[in-house]
Design a protein around this ligand. Structure first.
Ligand code: IMP
Ligand code: MG
Length: 177
């Protein structure tokens, strides 16, 4: 398959994303003020969003990461989540906030959420830059959503197609047609 940036149609500019990130950061800072918060980034797709969001959340909190992968190739999640890198600290009795790039079928977050709930956090919430609710196969509560989108395959601002386009500063629809 030939991959080309000419097949990417801009959906959200960097400026639009930044504006939304500021709103989410303000909301999170307000909600968790005075609480012991651990913000957990789900690598790899979240790296741009995570960096911008945490920088614009005016609060003191712990920052850590998990790296998970869904078994199976292509653009479909299988729900078989493999933990490539687990948390390096305890979340017991603490407020945990998972930050993700996109919720699609919900299978990945559903697994991660159950895994982390077993570790007895004081609370567990989810923040995702993008949400594709029309594709959901399992219900998972997404507490903070940057943008709700239609059923498009999107790339950029951390999101990839076969490992490419993560470094684009904007989110675009990949149209292979
Ligand atoms: P889920 O388990 O189906 O919710 O899949 C979530 C994961 O699939 C995300 O963390 C992304 O890595 C990937 N994903 C889902 N939709 C897209 C997309 O439109 N572009 C890039 N990656 C996606
Ligand atoms: Mg991901």
């Amino acid at each position: 398959m030939t991959m080309s940036r000419s097949r990417i149609y801009p959906l959200y500019t960097h400026a639009q994303i930044h504006e939304r990130v500021l709103e989410l950061g303000a909301q999170i800072a307000k909600e968790y003020e005075g609480k012991d918060l651990v913000v957990i980034g789900l690598l790899n797709g979240v790296y741009q969003f995570f960096s911008d969001l945490t920088r614009n959340t005016d609060l003191d909190f712990d920052v850590t990461f998990m790296q998970v992968a869904s078994y199976g190739g292509g653009t479909e999640s299988t729900g078989e989540v493999k933990i490539l890198h687990d948390l390096d600290r305890s979340i017991r009795g603490r407020h945990a906030l998972i930050v993700e790039d996109i919720v699609d079928t919900g299978l990945t977050l559903n697994k991660v959420r159950k895994l982390l709930l077993d570790r007895d956090p004081a609370s567990l919430k989810i923040c995702s830059l993008l949400d594709k609710p029309s594709r959901r196969r399992v219900q998972v509560p997404v507490d903070y959503v940057g943008f709700t989108i239609e059923d498009h395959f999107v790339v950029g601002y951390g999101l990839d197609l076969d490992g490419k386009y993560r470094n684009l500063p904007y989110v675009g629809i990949y149209n292979p047609a």
